[in-house]
Design a protein around this ligand. Structure first.
Ligand SMILES: [Zn+2]
Length: 293
């Protein structure tokens, strides 16, 4: 009888898990649809890209509403920053948004997870990086539902990555000023292409500890988290300032990556939602491990 009860309970919780993951996948599809202009957002005409100030405002508000829909408090980080590149200083203005999912036990430590929401000009930016935004949403939803969190989790959407990691660099300065105790930073960029169906992901320049955790959780799901030296995304801004950072992506260096990169053809229809959903669970499992012990 007891065995029957246990197996019924297991089947029941498995069914709930599958059901929740299907719900998240549907929500990720609607996030992708809004961000890529497959559908309109509120009374705006469908987004052509997420490049101009106006279009970035619409995309940011849309993502902010998704966060608020999880019952989380949305915060804004407006910035003006001078960035010196190739001997020329340029001034940038933009706005990141974030939320904090508080620990359930006393803690001043933060795990940060984020993705950039902008795109290059004239590009719907489905793979790059509506997929990263949707992944971060799916992870945030599951983290917020946990009964126990021993660390705080900060969820961020970065502006102006495509201008040269501008939003993430401004955010790095913001958290340094706040003197926050940051455990680790995880940034997601391009997570919707898996032509060879192996479901592998790449982890970019992880610390030895983060590498261990990602590879252990990947192994549990029967896939590989391959380490690469790729530095061309938001994680670099954090690493440069001494934070433990890692980038997460599809097999970008291993050449199982979208052929539509920065093109007008980077559309909703090219996204592999099963892979996005699978990767969302993997990243959630990693963050869960980091914040439940
Ligand atoms: Zn990107």
């Amino acid at each position: 009888m007891k065995l029957l009860k246990i197996s019924l309970l297991l089947t029941f919780s498995l069914a709930i898990a599958v059901c929740q993951s299907q719900t998240i996948q549907k929500e990720q599809q609607s996030i992708l649809a809004g961000l890529t202009g497959k559908t309109g957002i509120n009374n705006h005409k469908p987004l052509h890209d997420r490049y101009s100030i106006e279009n970035r405002n619409i995309a940011r508000d849309f993502l902010g509403n998704q966060i608020k829909g999880l019952g989380l408090k949305l915060k804004e980080h407006s910035y003006k920053i001078d960035i010196l590149r190739k001997g020329v200083t340029k001034n940038y203005e933009g706005k990141n948004i974030y939320t904090i999912i508080p620990s359930t036990t006393e803690s001043n430590e933060y795990v940060i997870i984020g993705a950039h929401f902008d795109s290059v000009k004239d590009c719907p930016g489905a793979n790059d990086n509506a997929t990263g935004c949707a992944l971060v949403y799916g992870v945030a939803k599951q983290i917020a539902a946990l009964k126990t969190r021993t660390k705080n989790v900060m969820v961020v959407y970065f502006d102006q990555e495509e201008h040269g990691l501008v939003g993430s660099q401004a955010f790095t300065e913001f958290i340094k000023e706040k003197k926050m105790n940051v455990h680790s930073v995880h940034t997601v960029d391009q997570m919707g292409w898996d032509m060879d169906n192996d479901r592998n992901i790449e982890i970019e320049i992880p610390t030895p500890y983060l590498k261990t955790v990602y590879q252990k959780q990947a192994k549990k799901l029967g896939i590989k988290a391959l380490v690469t030296p790729e530095a061309g995304s938001d994680h670099r801004a954090f690493r440069t300032e001494g934070f433990n950072a890692v980038g997460i992506t599809e097999e970008y260096r291993n050449k199982d990556t979208t052929p539509h990169y920065h093109r007008v053809t980077d559309t909703y229809e090219t996204v592999n939602f099963e892979y996005l959903s699978f990767s969302t669970n993997l990243v959630f499992n990693v963050i869960e491990e980091l914040i439940t012990k």
